[in-house]
Design a protein around this ligand. Structure first.
Ligand SMILES: *Cc1c(COP(=O)(O)O)cnc(C)c1O
Length: 390
């Protein structure tokens, strides 16, 4: 195929996305992204209140966390320089030990992203053609991509449906190993998994359990330790990320030492990718220490989330019940979601439309995330801009 043909085919595919209202582009903020986001426009700069960040505790801009990044940068340089097995740094190990202590597990492995952490967890456990992975239908793309990279069969169960999970477990009782993967808080709806019932079903069927706490670390559970801690569940592997409420970057996998050592030896995404840059690890390490020192932060965040949910309900919006700072405003079609996002941008709010394949067909939405950095007046302005449900 000639390059002009390749380009013409790419253009045709992109045109199809435009027609479907599904083209994605890369917004570029002209200032650091935090409570606000700033765009340069022909008429000048436009500062919008940011409702699209996962930096739930506002730690990406918190001075001690930035100082933690700077300290690590000064000590260890801008980049790690090599994959972990060739050139690991003290700050990497300190972060692993701090998270393992925080969630009371034997050991932890730091990866370069949460995406990579799920690839590692899934591929390390499902490594034989006789293995069966059983994923909640709504699991994050990184877990599904891990399943593609893993060896064995992939099954799904209906979202948060323990009875359906039981059926999948019952019909795979002869497998060498079953691995069930769930999230504690789902990233698009902000709803919570029935972790105690899921863990009980896994134990009864001798299946392994992997729980991704990406949106629960720093948000839910005692002192922000996550929903597993709250539910008294000890999964075989506990996955989290430094990129959300820790305000930095990097993936975390915690569990028993033997399983962590197995991932060190078998987790290709970990083995063949450069270790996180020192500044990212330093920032996450300080953020975790700050969270440990401020067990009241998650509760304050949940109060703000409840205010947003209550405000929307009072205006006639059908907001799913839940506690998390992820508040979906489901409007249906691509066009409706894009129109509402444009209306809010006009009124000074950044809340981009979320469309398939990130969410199911017909469930286009604005995914609002409230953070500890938002002010009460931000919330009032947002509610006024959204208005009543027509
Ligand atoms: C964001 C997210 C990840 C990926 O984490 P990154 O650190 O951004 O790569 C994994 N799982 C879930 C549920 C997420 O929401």
């Amino acid at each position: 195929m000639s390059r002009p043909e390749l380009i013409a085919e790419a253009r045709a595919e992109l045109d199809g996305l435009v027609v479907a209202g599904r083209l994605r582009t890369r917004p570029v903020s002209s200032a650091p992204v935090g409570r606000t986001v700033e765009f340069r426009q022909p008429g000048g700069r436009k500062v919008l209140i940011n409702w699209a960040t996962n930096d739930y505790l506002g730690l990406a801009h918190f001075l001690p966390v930035r100082n933690g990044a700077a300290r690590a940068l000064r000590r260890a340089g801008a980049g790690a320089g090599a994959a972990r097995l060739l050139g690991g740094l003290a700050i990497h190990r300190q972060l692993e030990q701090a998270y393992a202590r925080f969630v009371n597990r034997e050991d932890c492995l730091l990866t370069t992203s949460g995406y990579q952490a799920n690839l590692c967890a899934v591929t390390a456990l499902a490594s034989d053609p006789e293995d069966v992975l059983i994923l909640d239908r709504m699991c994050h793309a990184s877990t599904y991509d891990g399943a593609k990279l893993a060896t064995g069969t992939l099954l799904r169960f209906a979202h948060n449906d323990v009875e359906d999970l039981e059926r999948q477990l019952a019909r795979t009782d002869t497998a060498r190993r079953r691995i069930v993967c769930v999230e504690s808080v789902y990233s698009m709806d902000g709803d919570e998994a029935p972790l105690a019932a899921i863990a009980e079903a896994c134990a009864r069927h001798h299946a392994a359990l992997v729980v991704d706490e990406a949106h629960a670390l720093g948000v839910l559970g005692p002192g922000g330790r996550g929903l597993c801690a709250e539910a008294g569940v000890t999964p075989d592997l506990l996955v989290a990320t430094c990129s959300k409420s820790l305000g930095s970057q990097g993936g975390l996998i915690a569990g028993d030492s033997a399983l962590i050592e197995l991932i060190v030896n078998r987790g290709r995404p970990f083995i063949y990718s450069t270790a996180p840059c020192p500044a990212a690890a330093g920032a996450a390490h300080t953020a975790l220490a700050q969270l440990d020192r401020h067990p009241e932060w998650p509760g304050e965040l949940l109060v703000a989330a409840a205010r947003l949910r209550d405000g929307l309900r009072a205006q006639g919006w059908d907001v799913p019940t839940g506690r998390s700072p992820i508040v979906p405003l489901i409007v249906g079609s691509e066009a409706a979601a894009l129109a509402l996002a444009a209306k809010l941008a006009e009124a000074g709010h950044h809340a981009p439309a979320i469309r398939p394949p990130t969410v199911p067909e017909g469930a286009c939405r604005l995914r609002l995330t409230v953070t500890r950095a938002h002010r009460p007046s931000d919330l009032r302005k947002l509610l006024a801009a959204i208005g009543s449900r027509q």
